[in-house]
Design a protein around this ligand. Structure first.
Ligand SMILES: C[S@@+](CC[C@H](N)C(=O)[O-])C[C@H]1O[C@@H](n2cnc3c(N)ncnc32)[C@H](O)[C@@H]1O
Length: 163
């Protein structure tokens, strides 16, 4: 095998690793939130002592922050490599699986960084499962049908509350 073939295979594997949840229609591809945006939202809500879920938690940037701020974090991640790294990094419960299959009944705050079409599907789940008063924080994209309580345009972060 020539070095070029090996390099091409490695690059293709990395790209697939990052994109596959999106390519198979399960959720957003991998990218990372701005920690400043998540911190702004968490300070505004006040997450200490609250159960904070990150649906599609990636490598755990947001969960690690939530934990540092005194929250009780829980992650859900569909990709096994990201799940493993996040579990080792965050020292909290991280479920390996599909966020659409995980109950949100006891969540106080749900954090998402997904994709507009995925947010629309998640909105149905939030309205069905979250208790009134629970918050949803969405980085980058709006979530339809929820009550917007705060938006930071420079950090591109939306805070919603279930009524
Ligand atoms: C844009 S990244 C966000 C990562 C992290 N939450 C952050 O804000 O930095 C989206 C993550 O969602 C995961 N994902 C996509 N669809 C999913 C699903 N149905 N269930 C669980 N995780 C999913 C992807 O593997 C990816 O790690």
């Amino acid at each position: 095998m020539t070095p070029l073939v090996v390099l091409t295979a490695v690059v293709a594997a990395v790209i697939l690793h990052l994109l596959w949840p999106f390519l198979v229609g399960r959720g957003g591809a991998y990218s990372t939130s701005s920690a400043r945006a998540a911190e702004w939202a968490f300070r505004r809500i006040g997450v200490a002592g609250r159960r904070v879920y990150d649906l599609g938690c990636g490598y755990g940037v947001v969960l690690a922050l939530a934990r540092k701020m005194g929250a009780v974090p829980l992650g859900v991640e569909i990709d096994p490599i990201r799940w493993l790294i996040c579990s080792l990094r965050c020292g909290c419960r991280v479920i390996l699986g599909d966020m659409f299959q995980v109950s949100l009944a006891d969540a106080d705050v749900v954090y998402i960084f997904q994709w507009p079409s995925v947010n629309a599907r998640l909105a149905e789940k939030f309205l069905r499962e979250l208790r009134p008063g629970a918050y949803v924080v969405s980085y980058m994209w709006e979530v339809p049908r929820l009550k917007l309580v705060a938006y930071n345009p420079s950090l591109k972060v939306y805070i919603y509350q279930v009524v």
